[in-house]
Design a protein around this ligand. Structure first.
Ligand SMILES: Cc1cc2nc3c(=O)[nH]c(=O)nc-3n(C[C@H](O)[C@H](O)[C@H](O)COP(=O)(O)OP(=O)(O)OC[C@H]3O[C@@H](n4cnc5c(N)ncnc54)[C@H](O)[C@@H]3O)c2cc1C
Length: 354
């Protein structure tokens, strides 16, 4: 059996981000690290986007960034400009390559497919493998995206569409999300917020085809890449233990109201790196109790009144762009929170506190 100072369970976004952060800060110079990852190969499987409200290590994996975005419903359309916090998109293929190339140079880091050969008794474990949760009341953000290339230049690649609610809602919350990487290339995603108990919502290919043909009026295109996934909009069942620290989605790094996780993972990694010597004695890191409280109310409203959500989202974006971006990226102050709360339908939200 082999023993390591640190063991990272799951070499995905959080596991690799942490290994990279520790490696570049020389924390694995005199220590050893095992990364346990089940996948056979690393290739582009996700497209991570977020407003860059803090620095991170992966600016060179950004394939596009925007200062403008739009959001629209059947009745209304908004354009939002923010020069201070660009919205960045990271190609996971570039991210994996950059990290793996760097980690390979460190002889103290080893990869394993499972824990069979490892003695974990004396290691500090960072776990990113999500536990199983069977509560059927839980909400998920589930989606499929296709990156298409068109024969003609069709897209305005200076502005992305964050949410287009002008589509079939089927008693849930549904929107399309379009990231134009170039004038002839865009990632188009159909996204649902639902309990994932209705299989009929998963006719993603039909939804995408209809949207591309009828709404975007694109007839000639080819699909370069596809991704499908679901993000849990509930706190993970994983419990922190003395020698086991949960990271990534398993560590509660997902913002429940939006599904944004990438930048929270990066902040958590910086925190772990800074406190690595005493990490076992610190309280579990979280993205902010106030956001947990507000997001739970938000999701209660969403469960009971899905039909109201397009307007609720649109209203949220009517406050100054900096305020809403900071709020959605968990960097807002009390006054900014208050400005957002004032935009919500008060009576419905008050009823759903309980
Ligand atoms: C398709 C997709 C797109 C997303 N887009 C965004 C976005 O735009 N912006 C954003 O902020 N967030 C986004 N998210 C949410 C979040 O950022 C990602 O899910 C992110 O990958 C979470 O990182 P993680 O390390 O927690 O999980 P993962 O990246 O999934 O890593 C977990 C790793 O554990 C491995 N594993 C699982 N079981 C085992 C096992 N038994 N033994 C060993 N290894 C195991 C998996 O193979 C995987 O590599 C997206 C999620 C998905 C699914």
């Amino acid at each position: 059996m082999k023993e390591f100072d640190y063991v990272i369970l799951g070499g995905g976004c959080a596991g690799l981000s942490l290994a990279y952060e520790l490696d570049i800060n020389n924390k694995i110079k005199n220590k050893s690290l095992a990364i346990v990852e089940i996948r056979e190969e690393y290739k582009r499987d996700k497209t991570w986007s977020f407003w860059k409200v803090t620095d991170h290590n992966f600016d060179d994996c950004v394939i596009k960034s925007w200062k403008n975005f739009s959001i629209n419903s059947k009745s209304e359309s908004l354009e939002v400009i923010n020069k201070e916090y660009p919205y960045q998109t990271i190609d996971s293929g570039l991210f994996y390559k950059k990290i793996l190339d760097k980690l390979k140079q460190n002889k103290n880091i080893e990869f394993f497919k499972n824990t069979d050969q490892l003695n974990l008794d004396n290691s500090i474990i960072f776990n990113s493998i999500p536990g199983v949760e069977n509560n059927k009341e839980n909400l998920w953000q589930h989606f499929k995206g296709v990156e298409i290339e068109t024969t003609k230049n069709i897209f305005d690649n200076e502005i992305f569409n964050l949410m287009d609610f002008d589509c079939d809602q089927r008693d849930n919350v549904h929107f399309f999300y379009t990231l134009p990487f170039a004038k002839n290339k865009a990632l188009i995603e159909t996204t649902w917020l639902s309990k994932m108990d209705d299989k009929s919502l998963k006719d993603y290919d039909e939804q995408l085809k209809k949207y591309i043909n009828e709404t975007l009026k694109i007839k000639n295109y080819k699909i370069n890449y596809q991704e499908e996934g679901s993000i849990p909009l509930f706190y993970p069942p994983n419990k922190a233990e003395k020698n086991k620290i949960n990271i990534g989605s398993a560590g509660g790094m997902t913002r429940l109201s939006t599904g944004y996780t990438f930048l929270n993972i990066q902040d958590h990694c910086k925190y772990i790196n800074k406190n690595i010597e005493k990490i076992q004695n610190l309280k579990p890191y979280h993205i902010g109790k106030k956001y947990q409280f507000l997001d739970n109310i938000f999701l209660n409203v969403l469960k009971k009144h899905p039909e109201k959500m397009p307007n609720i989202f649109l209203n949220m974006f009517k406050v100054p762009s900096k305020t809403v971006i900071k709020f959605l990226s968990n960097k807002s102050n009390f006054i900014e929170d208050f400005v957002i709360v004032l935009k919500m339908p008060k009576w419905i939200f008050v009823k759903n506190i309980f």
